[in-house]
Design a protein around this ligand. Sequence first.
Ligand code: MG
Length: 301
Amino acid sequence: MYFCVFEHNGSPKLGCATDSDRHSVINLTDAWPTGPESAPTDVAQLARMGDSGLAIAQELLHSRPASLPVQDVRLLAPIPHPAKNIFCVGRNYRAHIIEGNIAKGLPPETFPEHIEFFSKATTTVIGHGAGIPSYAGLTGMLDYEAELAIVMGAGGRDIPVASAFDAVFGYTIVNDVTARDLQRRHGQWFKGKSLDRTCPMGPWVAHKSVVPNPNALSIRLWVNGDLRQDSNTSDMIFDVPAVINQLSAGLTLQPGDVIATGTPSGVGYAMQPPRPLQDGDVVTIEIESIGTLENGVHDDV
Ligand code: MG
């Protein structure tokens, strides 16, 4: 099953599509049976319902045709207003670490021993097709980062590697848009990673049942049709279970939490010469089995 959130008559609705056809969805929110819990309007609310919510979604998807064409709706982020910041992993792909080390004049093959975590403010989140501001007066080095993101299901604390997938709901795409100069100027990465509208997300959350191995997916990013990142999630140093295990040590992960798992090589600042995003650019990210996320960059957003 694939889930998305779209706007209908000014309200967010949870949509659901089959594994084989994502051209049309059903409006789960409006079809939801009346009961003690109100109908979910985003993926975080569905994740909080656990197995019972998923069973209802499955039943509805199988009992009626998916008749709402996706091209006719305005897609939002699958979790438009997260309850907490987006968790993020820094430097996780081998080739990206090497390009970053070279750009900084460091020995190329120097890899982190422990996962580097940071977060993006909730106000960064936007959906597929929404505009990314260029922040022309604030940064001279706005950059893209294609990332596989984990959406937590059951969550938990001190989650063992062996049972990490039990805590997951599914997977989505995040563009960890970054103001590189602010990232460096302010010491911690938070400021350069948290400008408004710099976390395009979605449009789909693929339930984990359709992604049996999240560490064997092709991941690619284009700027204006020019292929910049072309890798596979198998290049991660810390795989999905390791990320969940280390982040959840003494820290409770809750249903609907989102964890972006780092970006492959090919980012703009490491190019020779560096190529920052600018007004008019269109950034497209594709992750195998998950979908395609596209957003334009504009001076006037
Ligand atoms: Mg990143």
